[in-house]
Design a binder for this molecule. Structure first.
Ligand code: MN
Length: 227
Protein backbone atom coordinates (compact mmCIF):
# COMPACT_ATOMS: atom_id res chain seq x y z
CA UNK A 1 0.00 0.00 0.00
CA UNK A 2 1.27 3.46 -0.83
CA UNK A 3 0.01 6.97 -0.25
CA UNK A 4 -2.21 8.43 -2.96
CA UNK A 5 -0.40 11.77 -2.57
CA UNK A 6 3.06 12.51 -1.17
CA UNK A 7 2.94 12.03 2.61
CA UNK A 8 3.54 15.27 4.54
CA UNK A 9 6.81 15.56 6.43
CA UNK A 10 6.76 14.99 10.20
CA UNK A 11 7.48 18.33 11.91
CA UNK A 12 10.48 18.12 14.20
CA UNK A 13 12.40 20.12 16.78
CA UNK A 14 16.17 19.86 17.12
CA UNK A 15 17.69 18.61 20.36
CA UNK A 16 20.62 20.55 21.79
CA UNK A 17 23.81 18.50 21.61
CA UNK A 18 22.31 15.77 19.42
CA UNK A 19 22.14 14.98 15.73
CA UNK A 20 18.74 13.36 16.35
CA UNK A 21 15.51 15.34 16.33
CA UNK A 22 12.24 15.31 18.30
CA UNK A 23 9.19 14.40 16.18
CA UNK A 24 6.19 16.61 16.95
CA UNK A 25 2.70 15.14 17.27
CA UNK A 26 0.49 18.02 18.51
CA UNK A 27 1.03 21.57 19.73
CA UNK A 28 -1.06 22.65 22.72
CA UNK A 29 -0.92 26.14 24.22
CA UNK A 30 -2.05 27.39 27.63
CA UNK A 31 -3.91 30.69 27.64
CA UNK A 32 -3.67 33.26 30.46
CA UNK A 33 -1.35 31.22 32.66
CA UNK A 34 0.29 34.28 34.25
CA UNK A 35 -1.97 36.55 36.32
CA UNK A 36 -0.34 39.78 35.09
CA UNK A 37 -0.92 38.77 31.47
CA UNK A 38 -4.56 37.80 32.14
CA UNK A 39 -5.08 41.25 33.66
CA UNK A 40 -3.40 43.09 30.75
CA UNK A 41 -5.79 41.25 28.41
CA UNK A 42 -8.76 42.46 30.46
CA UNK A 43 -9.50 39.31 32.46
CA UNK A 44 -9.60 38.46 36.14
CA UNK A 45 -7.31 35.48 36.84
CA UNK A 46 -9.17 34.84 40.11
CA UNK A 47 -12.43 34.24 38.26
CA UNK A 48 -11.26 32.60 35.03
CA UNK A 49 -8.77 29.74 35.17
CA UNK A 50 -6.27 29.15 32.34
CA UNK A 51 -7.44 27.12 29.35
CA UNK A 52 -6.05 25.44 26.23
CA UNK A 53 -5.96 26.06 22.51
CA UNK A 54 -3.87 24.50 19.76
CA UNK A 55 -1.52 25.40 16.98
CA UNK A 56 -0.59 23.10 14.13
CA UNK A 57 2.63 21.09 14.42
CA UNK A 58 3.84 22.46 11.09
CA UNK A 59 3.43 26.02 12.41
CA UNK A 60 6.71 25.48 14.31
CA UNK A 61 9.56 27.64 13.02
CA UNK A 62 13.14 26.68 13.86
CA UNK A 63 16.32 28.53 13.03
CA UNK A 64 14.68 30.99 10.66
CA UNK A 65 13.33 34.52 10.71
CA UNK A 66 9.61 35.13 11.26
CA UNK A 67 7.76 36.17 8.11
CA UNK A 68 5.16 38.83 8.97
CA UNK A 69 1.84 37.16 8.16
CA UNK A 70 -0.89 38.32 5.82
CA UNK A 71 -4.27 39.69 6.91
CA UNK A 72 -3.05 41.38 10.10
CA UNK A 73 -1.79 44.78 11.17
CA UNK A 74 -1.28 43.79 14.83
CA UNK A 75 1.01 40.79 15.28
CA UNK A 76 2.08 40.24 18.90
CA UNK A 77 4.92 38.32 20.56
CA UNK A 78 4.26 35.96 23.49
CA UNK A 79 7.43 34.42 24.93
CA UNK A 80 6.83 31.03 26.57
CA UNK A 81 8.59 27.97 27.93
CA UNK A 82 7.84 24.94 25.79
CA UNK A 83 7.36 21.49 27.33
CA UNK A 84 7.94 18.42 25.13
CA UNK A 85 6.47 15.03 26.05
CA UNK A 86 8.25 11.71 25.64
CA UNK A 87 5.25 9.72 26.88
CA UNK A 88 1.53 10.18 26.56
CA UNK A 89 -1.51 9.00 28.41
CA UNK A 90 -4.96 9.85 29.72
CA UNK A 91 -5.77 11.14 33.20
CA UNK A 92 -2.12 11.46 34.18
CA UNK A 93 -1.86 12.19 37.91
CA UNK A 94 -0.13 15.46 38.84
CA UNK A 95 2.49 13.64 40.88
CA UNK A 96 3.48 11.45 37.90
CA UNK A 97 3.23 14.14 35.23
CA UNK A 98 6.91 15.12 35.08
CA UNK A 99 7.83 11.50 34.24
CA UNK A 100 6.18 12.16 30.87
CA UNK A 101 8.41 15.11 29.95
CA UNK A 102 11.22 14.70 27.43
CA UNK A 103 12.61 18.22 27.71
CA UNK A 104 12.11 21.93 27.46
CA UNK A 105 12.58 24.73 24.95
CA UNK A 106 11.77 28.38 24.41
CA UNK A 107 9.07 29.45 21.98
CA UNK A 108 7.16 32.52 20.89
CA UNK A 109 3.40 32.17 20.47
CA UNK A 110 3.06 34.70 17.63
CA UNK A 111 -0.50 36.01 17.52
CA UNK A 112 -2.53 37.99 14.98
CA UNK A 113 -4.10 39.96 17.83
CA UNK A 114 -6.52 41.86 15.61
CA UNK A 115 -7.94 38.64 14.14
CA UNK A 116 -7.99 36.98 17.58
CA UNK A 117 -9.85 40.01 18.97
CA UNK A 118 -12.53 39.79 16.27
CA UNK A 119 -12.91 36.07 16.93
CA UNK A 120 -13.31 36.70 20.68
CA UNK A 121 -15.93 39.37 20.07
CA UNK A 122 -17.96 37.08 17.84
CA UNK A 123 -17.53 33.98 20.00
CA UNK A 124 -15.61 32.23 17.21
CA UNK A 125 -12.60 29.93 17.47
CA UNK A 126 -9.06 31.33 17.61
CA UNK A 127 -7.31 29.49 14.78
CA UNK A 128 -7.02 32.49 12.46
CA UNK A 129 -5.35 34.47 15.24
CA UNK A 130 -3.12 31.72 16.53
CA UNK A 131 -2.54 28.80 14.16
CA UNK A 132 -1.12 30.45 11.04
CA UNK A 133 2.06 29.55 9.15
CA UNK A 134 5.31 30.04 11.09
CA UNK A 135 3.35 31.21 14.16
CA UNK A 136 5.39 29.11 16.60
CA UNK A 137 9.12 29.97 16.52
CA UNK A 138 10.93 27.58 18.85
CA UNK A 139 14.46 26.72 19.96
CA UNK A 140 16.08 23.32 20.13
CA UNK A 141 14.88 21.24 23.08
CA UNK A 142 17.08 20.55 26.09
CA UNK A 143 16.43 17.10 27.59
CA UNK A 144 15.18 17.01 31.18
CA UNK A 145 18.11 14.66 31.84
CA UNK A 146 20.33 17.72 31.26
CA UNK A 147 18.25 20.65 32.53
CA UNK A 148 16.00 19.00 35.11
CA UNK A 149 12.44 20.31 35.45
CA UNK A 150 12.69 24.11 35.71
CA UNK A 151 10.08 25.65 38.03
CA UNK A 152 11.71 29.04 38.40
CA UNK A 153 13.73 31.27 36.14
CA UNK A 154 13.28 34.55 34.31
CA UNK A 155 11.09 34.48 31.21
CA UNK A 156 11.89 37.50 29.08
CA UNK A 157 11.68 39.03 25.64
CA UNK A 158 13.37 42.05 24.11
CA UNK A 159 12.45 43.80 20.89
CA UNK A 160 15.36 45.71 19.33
CA UNK A 161 17.23 45.44 22.63
CA UNK A 162 14.41 46.89 24.76
CA UNK A 163 12.82 44.63 27.38
CA UNK A 164 9.13 44.10 26.60
CA UNK A 165 8.18 40.98 28.56
CA UNK A 166 9.45 39.82 31.90
CA UNK A 167 8.16 37.22 34.30
CA UNK A 168 9.28 34.11 36.13
CA UNK A 169 8.33 30.46 35.79
CA UNK A 170 7.42 30.57 39.48
CA UNK A 171 4.46 32.82 38.51
CA UNK A 172 2.79 30.15 36.34
CA UNK A 173 -0.81 29.66 37.54
CA UNK A 174 -0.82 26.07 36.29
CA UNK A 175 2.63 24.63 36.94
CA UNK A 176 4.00 22.16 34.39
CA UNK A 177 2.73 19.01 36.19
CA UNK A 178 -0.72 20.59 36.56
CA UNK A 179 -0.99 21.58 32.90
CA UNK A 180 -0.03 18.04 31.81
CA UNK A 181 -2.48 16.44 34.26
CA UNK A 182 -5.31 18.81 33.32
CA UNK A 183 -4.68 18.48 29.56
CA UNK A 184 -4.53 14.66 29.79
CA UNK A 185 -8.07 14.69 31.15
CA UNK A 186 -9.31 16.54 28.07
CA UNK A 187 -7.20 14.82 25.39
CA UNK A 188 -5.22 11.62 25.14
CA UNK A 189 -1.66 12.86 25.21
CA UNK A 190 0.96 11.21 23.01
CA UNK A 191 4.72 11.09 22.67
CA UNK A 192 5.72 14.09 20.57
CA UNK A 193 3.14 16.46 22.02
CA UNK A 194 4.47 19.89 22.95
CA UNK A 195 2.88 22.47 25.22
CA UNK A 196 3.45 26.23 25.06
CA UNK A 197 3.07 27.00 28.75
CA UNK A 198 1.73 30.57 28.63
CA UNK A 199 3.22 34.03 28.46
CA UNK A 200 4.06 36.65 31.09
CA UNK A 201 2.80 40.21 30.76
CA UNK A 202 4.15 42.75 28.31
CA UNK A 203 2.87 41.27 25.06
CA UNK A 204 2.87 43.72 22.20
CA UNK A 205 3.22 44.29 18.48
CA UNK A 206 6.17 43.79 16.19
CA UNK A 207 6.80 45.16 12.70
CA UNK A 208 9.01 44.05 9.82
CA UNK A 209 12.66 44.70 10.64
CA UNK A 210 12.26 44.16 14.40
CA UNK A 211 14.61 41.79 16.17
CA UNK A 212 13.08 39.58 18.88
CA UNK A 213 15.40 38.07 21.44
CA UNK A 214 14.06 36.19 24.42
CA UNK A 215 14.65 33.34 26.74
CA UNK A 216 13.90 31.28 29.76
CA UNK A 217 16.86 31.38 32.12
CA UNK A 218 18.35 27.93 32.49
CA UNK A 219 16.56 26.62 29.38
CA UNK A 220 17.67 28.62 26.37
CA UNK A 221 17.41 31.69 24.19
CA UNK A 222 15.67 32.49 20.95
CA UNK A 223 16.80 35.23 18.58
CA UNK A 224 15.15 36.07 15.29
CA UNK A 225 14.03 38.92 13.08
CA UNK A 226 10.62 39.83 11.74
CA UNK A 227 10.91 39.88 7.95
MN1 MN B 1 0.37 32.26 24.41
Amino acid sequence: MGYVIDAPAIPTLPVRGSADVFPVHRVYCVGRNYAAHAIEMGHDPNREPPFFFQKNPDNLLVGADFPYPDKSQDVHHEIEMVVALARGGKDIPVERALDHVYGYGVGIDMTRRDLQGEAKKMGRPWEIGKAFEHSAPCTALVPASVVGHPDQGRVWLEVNGEVRQEGDLNQLIWKVPEMIAYLSGLFELAPGDVIFSGTPSGVGPVVRGDRMRGGVDGVGEIDLKVV
